[in-house]
Design a protein around this ligand. Structure first.
Ligand SMILES: Cc1cc2nc3c(=O)[nH]c(=O)nc-3n(C[C@H](O)[C@H](O)[C@H](O)COP(=O)(O)OP(=O)(O)OC[C@H]3O[C@@H](n4cnc5c(N)ncnc54)[C@H](O)[C@@H]3O)c2cc1C
Length: 285
């Protein structure tokens, strides 16, 4: 199928994009990489009358750091996140996850902002944003607001973002001791189960942990049972193995689809939690 007819306009700034969204009176849609929106339009599940291209807004892409806080701007493509020297050094789990998204074509078009706004239940970034406790910076007609990642992902393709708002970027504290591991669907590489783990370690003790799960249910969620089991424990593979066995216990609604049954997903959550934590462990030295 081909999409319904639409007008196209290229935004030159965030404010220009917001003005164009407002002028479209609810029938406009932002387009960044187009890798999620265009398939929906071709299936006629989305029929915008006006496409507002935010792909070339100056300053809307890039990765930077200041005083230990990392910023990834919304228009940054997955390839840039995957290959960023800054991220690989300061917060390797984020690059690790971006490098596992789709294929080179997807990684060279798809953007962080598009992935977060679309909130596919099997997308990789949401789990990572939960693990790094990201602040999501959003601009709308009323100005700026900041949403914590754990408040942002609310349901199936549902996030705390109004139709007339734009994600400008995310900010988070660098976490060196982190890891991402996923069981991927062979054709698309979307997560059947994906786990992002971030550890705060000092003097050989895990002070706290943040663990994000994607692919398993309607939206990314934290594995609080594992976080609690890790907190205050000595940093060791034994600790990781014991805690990872609990993974998934708090998730009530595990998906079952053509890619994996609920039982299989439930079995894989502890396996990939252990792998993500094992990776984090290697980054604590
Ligand atoms: C074959 C294939 C394989 C894929 N595999 C994976 C995978 O393994 N893992 C994974 O995580 N993803 C995967 N994806 C999804 C891919 O990462 C998409 O690029 C991403 O989800 C959407 O980003 P985009 O820039 O293309 O967004 P678009 O398609 O342009 O937009 C998606 C939605 O977000 C909105 N939007 C875009 N930018 C903003 C913004 N800044 N603020 C507010 N709203 C915005 C749009 O209006 C639209 O509703 C795959 C996609 C394809 C086609």
């Amino acid at each position: 199928m081909i999409s319904t007819a639409f007008e196209y306009s290229r935004a030159t700034s965030l404010d220009d994009a917001l003005a164009k969204l407002g002028a479209a009176k609810g029938s406009g849609k932002l387009i960044a990489g187009g890798h999620s929106l265009v398939p929906l339009m071709k299936l006629r599940l989305s029929e915008p009358k006006m496409l507002i291209d935010i792909g070339r807004i100056p300053g809307l892409s890039g990765v930077s750091a200041k005083d230990g806080t990392i910023e990834i701007r919304a228009g940054t493509i997955h390839h840039e996140v995957a290959t960023s020297g800054l991220l690989r050094e300061a917060c390797p789990m984020v690059s690790e996850a971006a490098g596992q998204i789709g294929d080179p074509q997807v990684r060279n078009r798809g953007t962080l902002g598009g992935s977060l706004a679309h909130a596919d239940p099997a997308a990789d970034y949401p789990a990572v944003m939960l693990a790094v406790d990201a602040d999501i910076h959003v601009k709308g007609p009323g100005g700026w607001r900041v949403v914590k990642a754990h408040d942002f992902f609310q349901g199936l393709f549902t996030v705390d973002l109004a139709a007339d708002e734009i994600i400008a970027g995310v900010q988070f504290k660098a976490v060196k001791a982190g890891g991402y591991a996923k069981l991927h669907q062979r054709a698309s590489h979307f997560a059947i189960v994906g786990v992002a783990a971030a550890l705060d370690v000092s003097n050989g003790v895990i002070r706290s942990a943040r663990i994000g799960l994607t692919g398993a249910s309607t939206h990314a969620t934290r594995l609080t049972e594992v976080e609690q089991a890790l907190a205050g424990k000595p940093l060791s593979m034994d600790t990781v193995e014991t805690a990872a066995r609990l993974a998934g216990g708090s998730v009530s609604d595990v998906n079952s689809d053509i890619h994996a049954s609920e039982a299989y997903r439930r079995a894989m959550i502890p396996v990939f939690t252990k792998r993500a934590l094992a990776r984090a462990l290697t980054r604590t030295q």
